[in-house]
Design a protein around this ligand. Sequence first.
Ligand SMILES: *Cc1c(COP(=O)(O)O)cnc(C)c1O
Length: 475
Amino acid sequence: MSEYSDGVAEYVARGEAMAAAVAARRALMKTKKFDTIAVHGVYDMQAAAANQGSIIEPGYLSSAEHFENSDHMEAALAYLMPAWVYSRIANPTVHYLEETLALLEGYGFDGDVSAVATSSGMAAVFMATNPFLEKPEQGTNIVASARCYGGTFMLFGERYGAERGIDIRWVRDPLDLNEWAEKIDGETRLVYGETPSNPSLSIMDIEAVANIAHAAGLPLIVDSTVATPALTRPLNLGADIVVHSTTKSMTSSGFAIGGAVVARHGITTDIGPEEMRDNFAMYVKLLPFRDHGPGISPFNALMTINDLRTLRHRMDFVSTSSMKVAQYLESHDMVDRVAYPGLESMPGHEVANRSMWLVDGVDDYGTEVNRYGHLLSFEVKGGATAARQVFDEFEMIWRATDLGRIKSVATIPAISTHQQQGDEGRDLASVPPNLIRLNVGGEHPDDVIADLDRALAVLSKRSVVLPAAGRTTHR
Ligand SMILES: *Cc1c(COP(=O)(O)O)cnc(C)c1O
């Protein structure tokens, strides 16, 4: 500290007190239940006192922070004290969101966890992986589940693979542990999976894959968007880094695109500087993040904070509805296959049973229950044309490339989210053309089933009444 003036040193001391106060608040909240954390985060009465007494986290839409004098500015900009400086780097509202995300994802985890909020889920996937891929050499590779989100498939395959020459080793069946082990070698930089995956709902054994990655000295990064921390917390199962599209089930309202990188301290890797291993999320936030510029807007952070408060209750309700819808679809004559982690017919159902639990249980937190989220997909008998006919019949279920919503939404991934990756890529990712992805919302499940039932009936009607090429006649 001697290299700084006395004036700066005063701010450094003030900063230490500020950091200690945040750490104390964080430690206190770590002793609370999941719902309490989701409702309050680290925003307490002391924080409110500095915010005109507001009991709700204020939205700081300001682009920048004013400094008391040049010493304050120097201390803040040199990262010698907590400060938010400029909203691309940090922001008080975003800070409240990041603290809540770290506490929820780190719920029950024996160790420190930090989070950085991003402008989108894709920005989170990028920021979680890119720091491991600096200076790629001959043979540099990543091992990743092919059963992943279309954007992730393109980021890895096109941006990292085709543009930078990184070898992308796709794991075709994430349940096959040998496939993970065989694809890893001395040039592997990271291991990446998504579970349950979008849109095939493929399951991966996080614990087992983490063990394989760690044995090779590699970090396991898991996209847990579909499960949310209300159902699965990958850090507890051995993952090093978790990524989220908070746009989806984390929020449900559909008011804000956003994402998050949440990491335990002390990740497994020999890449990068020590600060990157010690606290990956903070490293990303303070360094590469500042230069790439993928920060979330404070307004979106506020929308996200607000939705997170009810996360556990929402995931409980929509999971229960989804189970009913999945069972209905499985029993339907015109449906070939339903993918939902809660169905016994689903490959990996046993693994899902081990890892997908409603946090803190139900019945006054006494009984632990499996809950499987609200994303499912089903294959319509009769191929792509039949799938489109059913899809076009929905009257309440929205046709949109979205999921996690409080409103039921469906898409045909082959012509939307997974359109860019081509036939071969879709085959690799298990996305057939007759697959409809359905996100079951907060409506009464009977009404969702009624819409599906009426839409599926079009197939039996058509085959009798209309010629094969018949188009809808009633609109
Ligand atoms: C939507 C999604 C993403 C990307 O998130 P955006 O917020 O749309 O950028 C990443 N992973 C999964 C599993 C997703 O469903």
